[in-house]
Design a protein. Structure first.
Length: 405
């Protein structure tokens, strides 16, 4: 059974007015084209017809003149909603650790050399020929022992004559005093006798000093390092005779910088390592109060026991001086930061969870990290995120694991 044709469809739409003529014209075009359009396009023709009819119906409604009116009306009828609250600021999270306090003795490392405790160059005290010489290079001598004597018989004779003259002047004075007390001699005679006695005494003292200069005495116990004269040699006054060293205790001398001198005191413990590997312990005996003009460093001396003079003078040594212990905290090098003014310090968090900067002093640089002072007792040290927070900023502190320096 054949379906309705296009004319029947249009008649069934019951269109009136100008729409009827428009649709009729379209129908005429469609009818006239049926003669040469194949059956394959008939379906497309019907679909296009329906699209055309729908567009004409929409135009006829006049809705196209008010495009957007629905949106405007909808916007006008919107019910006001509550104001959106502002987002709450998120607190920054940092990692912190509780400081572990300990007493730390600062180490000051120096280079130095061993030196004798005492060194003396013995010199001849008079002109003359060496009569005896009790000095052997490398041997030891005892304090206050005669080590060299010069020939001087005339000097000894003058001393003997001075003793005889003094004895005579003593007898003359005694006689003049008895006569003066008895009234038999004037006072001038007694006074002259007394002056003569005093002059003889002075001459004897001078003669004995000349005899004493014929001998040379060791000023202290030590080792004979060198001998410069021989027996029967003529020497003049002031000629170097021998060099004596006192090596027990032996000294290790180094120089401390301007920055470290304030941490060193007399009596501080010191460790010494000699170039041959020997390690010893001693104490700081001397600290110079005037710096070297060339290096701006301060000489220090450490005394070491040296029984048997086993350690020679002039040996290279390394010194480790230990300052008085102070309360410190060891922290990783990576958490050291700077303030706005360039101070070296740490970021810490107190009980109020507010971050702040504290300046610290670096006492030592150890294998475990930097040893610092100035950390308060009631804070936690920020070890992660310290450069992302500001002073007074509230933070959340998470417990941090052990941080490697």
């Amino acid at each position: 059974m054949a379906g309705p044709n296009a004319g029947q469809i249009l008649a069934g739409l019951d269109l009136v007015g100008p729409w009827q003529y428009s649709i009729s014209s379209i129908w005429v075009l469609i009818r006239d084209g049926n003669s040469f359009v194949s059956g394959f396009f008939r379906l497309h023709r019907i679909a296009a017809l329906f699209v055309l009819i729908a567009a004409a119906a929409w135009i006829g409604t006049g809705e196209f003149a008010a495009v957007g009116s629905h949106e405007a009306k909808a916007e006008g009828n919107e019910t006001p909603t509550a104001e959106t609250p502002e987002p709450v600021a998120t607190l920054r999270t940092v990692a912190g650790v509780v400081p572990q306090f300990e007493d730390h003795a600062r180490k000051i490392r120096l280079s130095g050399a061993t030196q004798p405790d005492k060194r003396a160059v013995l010199a001849a005290r008079a002109d003359g020929v060496v009569q005896s010489l009790d000095l052997v290079k490398g041997a030891t001598v005892t304090a206050d022992v005669v080590v060299m004597t010069l020939e001087g018989p005339e000097t000894v004779a003058r001393a003997k004559i001075a003793e005889i003259q003094l004895a005579q002047r003593e007898r003359d004075l005694e006689l003049a005093e008895r006569l003066f007390n008895a009234g038999s001699a004037p006072e001038t005679q007694f006074t002259n006798a007394k002056s003569a006695r005093d002059a003889a005494d002075a001459e004897l003292t001078q003669a004995r000093a000349a005899v004493d200069k014929l001998t040379l005495v060791s000023p202290f116990s030590g080792l004979v390092d060198s001998v410069n004269v021989e027996l029967a040699e003529w020497v003049r006054s002031g000629t170097p005779v021998a060099t004596i060293l006192s090596l027990d205790p032996i000294l290790v001398r180094g120089e401390v910088s301007e920055l470290d001198i304030g941490h060193v005191s007399t009596g501080d413990k010191a460790k010494i390592r000699l170039v041959n590997g020997m390690e010893l312990e001693g104490a700081v005996r001397f600290i110079a109060r005037e710096a070297s003009a060339q290096t701006r460093t301060f000489p220090v001396e450490v005394a070491l026991p040296n029984p048997g003079n086993a350690i020679p003078a002039g040996m290279t040594a390394e010194l480790e001086l230990f300052a008085a212990p102070v309360r410190t905290v060891t922290v990783p090098r990576s958490i050291i930061t700077l303030s706005d003014t360039g101070e070296v310090g740490l970021r810490v968090v107190g009980a109020d969870n507010l971050a702040r900067f504290i300046p610290v002093g670096i006492v030592d640089d150890s294998e475990a990290g930097l040893v610092v002072t100035g950390v308060p007792e009631d804070v936690r040290i920020i070890v992660a995120g310290q450069d992302l927070v500001r002073d007074g900023e509230e933070v959340i502190v998470a417990d941090a694991p052990q941080v490697q320096p």
